[in-house]
Design a protein around this ligand. Structure first.
Ligand SMILES: [Zn+2]
Length: 180
């Protein structure tokens, strides 16, 4: 069976105090019994995650689709710079805010440009202008940050939960749906 995930990612390349914020969010999710209070092998990578718990039923309209019966069912927390991509869904379109051209079919040097340095900047392969990577209109959404929260094999999350999550992060976010 193939796996999928939902990642909540701040629209900030460098989230200030990302590790402290990750701990704060984890404590919040544990306090609501959304994830277990200890880590285990429950995510796709060889890192440890936090497995699903009963409170997860309150944050989705599809509780019957929650992955209680799967091994890969947990929360993965990322605190290193990462491109949160959609996996096999790829990028249907990616519009430059400056020249309005679709750069999704070009070589993805603009991602390397972002990854290799410390700010939000990338370079459009068409107009060569410096752009904030979060200003690209990417469909489906991707995320670019040093902080991210990935729920493995969970069904769609309620809008009010995502909004509460956004308020905790106190900035705009991307919600990235990935299929592997
Ligand atoms: Zn451009």
């Amino acid at each position: 069976m193939s796996d999928h995930s939902i990642s909540i990612v701040p629209k900030k390349s460098k989230y200030y105090d990302n590790i402290a914020k990750a701990e704060e969010i984890l404590e919040w999710l544990i306090s609501k019994d959304i994830v277990k209070p200890y880590n285990s092998d429950c995510i796709l990578s060889d890192k440890k995650g936090y497995a699903i718990s009963n409170g997860a039923e309150k944050i989705t309209d599809y509780p019957d689709s929650l992955p209680f019966f799967l091994t890969i069912n947990g929360l993965e927390i990322t605190t290193q710079k990462e491109v949160f991509h959609t996996g096999e869904s790829g990028m249907e379109k990616c519009i430059c805010p400056n020249c309005n051209k679709d750069i999704s079919q070009e070589e993805w040097s603009f991602i390397d440009d972002w990854y290799s340095q410390e700010n939000d900047n990338s370079i459009c392969p068409f107009c060569k202008d410096v752009i904030d990577i979060h200003q690209l209109e990417i469909i489906p959404e991707w995320g670019f940050s040093n902080l991210g929260f990935t729920f493995w094999n969970w069904p769609e999350l309620k809008k009010d939960f995502i909004e509460e999550f956004r308020e905790k992060l106190n900035c705009k976010i991307n919600v990235v749906y990935k299929h592997v």
